[in-house]
Design a protein around this ligand. Sequence first.
Ligand code: ADP
Ligand code: MG
Length: 254
Amino acid sequence: SRAALAGLHIDGLVIRFGGHTAVNRLTMHAPIGQVTGLIGPNGAGKSTTFNACSGSLTPAEGAIVFDGVDLTKAPESKRAHLGIGRTFQRIELFDSLSVAENVALGREARLAGVSPVTQLLPRRGERSLVTEAARRAMEQCGISDLATARAGRLSTGQRRLVELARALAGDFRLLLLDEPSSGLDHSESDAFTELLRQVVAENGIGILIVEHDMNVISGLCDYAYVLDFGQLIFEGVPAEVLSSDVVRKAYLGT
Ligand code: ADP
Ligand code: MG
């Protein structure tokens, strides 16, 4: 079963902000080698769940275990060292640095055990460092010819690719991608989906993805979990999610 596979295991997760319960007893798995979707309406608790996994907040209850190691209260650095990487709903790049420098920082951040990568400010003397990992990641994402371009000058679609390349350069085992295709047009989004499929197949990693577009979910995910008001309301393969009355109700409110 999926639960027996290596990867991320979230068990009975509860996250509260003051009196507000943002995530309520969530249990889910994100195995290595698969794409797992986390979907649900705005405010459902998806990004909050990611924050608990990457370590920027501590849950009130429950456990977060990665490859058998309990990370519930572990610092962010330990999670990065063990191979959990993430991207953010809002793109965070160093606009004054080149694409290659931004991507190389993903590698440095992993080595330094820093996650999120944006906490790692480029140090003097390292600015031009482009590791082999970064070169490969840019190539895989089709942005090698943008290597010397300043990140601040790129389109949203290009910035999303740089963000992904930076995460790939970190050589993480599991990537948490928070709405990575947000801001992309339809054809860019299709290409991005295809790229993610290739990445999982070629790099042998796992992806946990927050995504709104049901087409992306059905074309990409092996399995998906649906949150509404912090509650897990459905889980299953994409075909089951798409045909679920409970899920339709949560999205359309009918
Ligand atoms: P999603 O990513 O699914 O749209 P979030 O995880 O961002 O939703 O938010 C879930 C709920 O938690 C929302 O009601 C949101 O307002 C609340 N929330 C998120 N972060 C905080 C915070 N730092 N302080 C207080 N409330 C928060
Ligand atoms: Mg969110």
